[in-house]
Ligand binder design. Structure first.
Ligand SMILES: NC(=O)c1ccc[n+]([C@@H]2O[C@H](COP(=O)([O-])OP(=O)(O)OC[C@H]3O[C@@H](n4cnc5c(N)ncnc54)[C@H](OP(=O)(O)O)[C@@H]3O)[C@@H](O)[C@H]2O)c1
Length: 320
């Protein structure tokens, strides 16, 4: 098959379009003919930091397409069925092999391009907000890094659950667009003080919860923005900067810190039920993911460069 491959970590240009062996599937494996690849924030980090094991490595967590082969123990999906699918690597290719636990049949009426984004964006946001951090209606949540895939999903789900959402993005235009997805207030994190705005918006009290998708140097601002006995929810490090929690902040405010990795939960019956419900919600039009741009899969280097550097709003996809 043809795939976007790299043999060393680095900038988007390490990705080349080449020929590799078709992936093999075991008894519980599902082979998907890829239609759309959703470029995840984690794909960019993997390309930079995850060493290729032996020979050409195919990066990528997530894609949607049609099932073309199944192992003899597979019961969740059938050949010919349209699915979105997750694995820790391998999506940037014509064929994507996943375990059946991570293959999700698409409901009728759903847009396959948009569906390719669901498990790691909406699934992560849902699990982080509700299962791990226990968001309640009426609470105020700050979503830091809200214009990316996980962020836009979190803004929608938190607002629909009755929370007041404060969302950050760089650039006034992009942060304003977050209001269309349910943000009550938006902050341009490149131009404004996040802490000052959050304190002003909460009568000096601070927000109940910070969902941090970016990490890095904004940590001190985020800690100032949280109320006494608030929650800090660590989801990602999209800033690419090292991220440390300060002992003094944690103790003096009696904060609770939650970390979560949805990839470890997605294949459980609970995680599967979450993703399947989110797919139904998307098919019904209740949630959506803006698709900023679609590149041909053969132009993965350009697609990664755009996703990493152009500040897209929502997801960048590749079409096979
Ligand atoms: N824990 C989990 O289970 C899980 C699951 C999925 C993803 N993740 C992680 O979550 C992160 C985001 O993933 P994604 O797919 O949403 O990525 P994405 O679509 O690339 O979005 C990342 C967002 O982060 C923002 N950002 C980058 N640097 C920032 C900074 N210094 N300050 C504030 N915001 C900043 C960007 O906003 P601006 O352009 O406005 O700066 C961008 O919209 C990644 O680190 C990924 O690995 C974790």
């Amino acid at each position: 098959m043809q795939a976007a491959i790299y043999t060393r970590n680095g900038d988007p240009d390490v990705l080349t379009w080449g020929t590799v062996s078709d992936p093999a599937i075991g008894p519980t494996g599902v082979l998907v003919k890829v239609a759309y690849v959703s470029i995840e924030g984690g794909d960019l980090i993997s390309r930079r930091m995850t060493p290729p094991a032996n020979g050409p490595h195919v990066v990528g967590y997530q894609a949607a397409g049609t099932v073309v082969a199944i192992g003899e123990q597979v019961t969740r999906v059938a050949v010919g069925q349209k699915v979105c699918a997750f694995h820790w690597f391998g999506s940037h290719a014509e064929l994507f092999a996943v375990d059946q636990r991570h293959a999700f049949p698409l409901p009728d009426g759903i847009d396959m391009a948009m569906a390719s984004t669901v498990p790691t964006t909406f699934g992560t946001a849902h699990d982080a907000l509700f299962e791990f951090a226990g968001l309640q209606p009426g609470e105020t949540v700050l979503v830091q890094g809200a214009a990316g895939g996980v962020g836009i999903a979190a803004v929608q789900l938190a607002a629909q659950a009755g929370a007041r959402v404060i969302a950050t993005a760089s650039g006034a235009g992009r942060s304003a667009r977050l209001a269309e997805y349910g943000a009550a207030e938006t902050i341009d994190h490149a131009a404004e003080s996040i802490a000052e705005r959050c304190l002003a918006l909460t009568d000096g009290k601070g927000v109940d919860m910070v969902m941090d998708i970016a990490g890095g140097r904004a940590m001190a601002e985020l800690m100032r923005a949280i109320r006494y006995r608030g929650r800090y929810l660590m989801v990602g490090i999209a800033s690419g900067e090292s991220t440390c929690l300060d002992f003094t902040d944690m103790v003096t405010k009696s904060l609770t810190c939650h970390g979560t990795l949805f990839g470890r939960e997605m294949g459980t019956p609970r995680g599967q039920a979450i993703v399947e419900d989110l797919l139904r919600q998307m098919a019904a039009g209740a949630i959506r993911m803006p698709i900023d741009r679609v590149f041909p899969l053969s132009e993965a280097a350009a697609a990664h460069r755009y996703a990493e550097q152009a500040h897209p709003f929502g997801r960048v996809l590749m079409a096979a």
